[in-house]
Design a protein around this ligand. Structure first.
Ligand SMILES: [Zn+2]
Length: 300
């Protein structure tokens, strides 16, 4: 472990930087809007944030960065980032040059999983699968306190594989950007919940509101949309159990704010898991929006 550590969360709309103390507590925090569409301006914004936090700390820090997409292990360039100005750019090398030090970098879902595994909802579990269910869906695997990055930097691409156990004629409620028909994200994102609700006669409520209406009862479309959502999530997570059989699955992101998911999904997933009477626990993330900066700092 290094001290002090700064984590940077590079998001599509904002960039956040935070310093962590030796106990893993966030001590200094700064954020700025992500410069839209400009790689050079994005680099500059990250460097400026790190320097500002270091000025407050009065010390030089070890820096970790959570990014969308992944860094190619072949040529070091970014790929699959929804902030498309990053794609094809050697972000890690450029930041190391600008900051004058080695930095560490990981996908944002991996940073989320790491933050929750080290001292969040997955604390004490040897193997943790972390999933962010928001506008998009991303997963990350942590075993013995370390992120499993994979040989192709693709260990988080689970969400862009076809939802398992599809019934004949069953399709996702919308088409994902990945263009793989019926991928897990297109069934389990907040967008999926919204699309189902509208298709069932609901209004243009967001995912959080649909979840609240489903929990309150009295709105049949919300109840049905949420049931479809839970069933799809149970199948997606059953495939994770059948593959890596983690001790804890931690859910974060907007849709995870509905407590009924944690009650219902574990009742559903054993229909598709090969092992039964699962010891795997499904838990809600402990660190909320801070998971990106925390996980990035914890790369050191
Ligand atoms: Zn997809």
């Amino acid at each position: 472990m290094h001290d002090p550590r700064i984590g940077v969360d590079l998001g599509g709309t904002k960039i956040e930087a935070a310093a962590l103390d030796a106990q893993g507590r966030v001590t200094h925090r700064r954020r700025t809007a992500t410069p839209a569409g400009s790689y050079a301006a994005t680099l500059g914004a990250i460097v400026e944030l790190v320097r500002a936090v270091e000025a407050e700390l009065g010390a030089r820090a070890a820096v970790g960065i959570a990014t969308p997409g992944a860094r190619s292990l072949v040529d070091g360039r970014m790929k699959n980032a929804n902030s498309t100005c990053l794609n094809g750019q050697p972000l890690k090398e450029d930041l190391e040059r600008a900051l004058g030090r080695e930095i560490r970098m990981a996908n944002d879902a991996n940073c989320f999983a790491l933050s929750e595994a080290i001292d969040g909802a997955g604390r004490g579990a040897r193997s943790v699968f972390g999933v962010i269910i928001g506008t998009g869906v991303g997963g990350g695997i942590v075993v013995d306190g370390r992120v499993l990055t994979g040989e192709n930097g693709a260990a988080t691409e689970w969400s862009h594989t076809t939802l398992p156990f599809l019934s004949p004629g069953e399709h996702a409620p919308y088409a994902c950007f990945c263009k793989r028909a019926d991928c897990i994200e297109s069934f389990t994102s907040g967008r999926a919940l919204i699309a189902w609700y509208r298709a069932l006669g609901g209004d243009d409520a967001d995912g959080t509101a649909i979840g609240s209406r489903a929990a309150a009862g009295g709105d049949a479309a919300a109840g049905r949309a949420f049931a479809l959502y839970e069933e799809a999530l149970a199948r997606a997570l059953a495939s994770v159990v059948n593959m890596i059989d983690p001790r804890a699955i931690v859910l974060g992101g907007g849709v995870s704010n509905n407590p009924r998911i944690f009650e219902n999904v574990p009742k559903l997933w054993e229909r598709w898991t090969v092992p039964k009477d699962l010891r795997t626990k499904l838990v809600r993330a402990a660190h909320g929006d801070a998971s990106g900066v925390r996980g990035a700092a914890l790369l050191w």
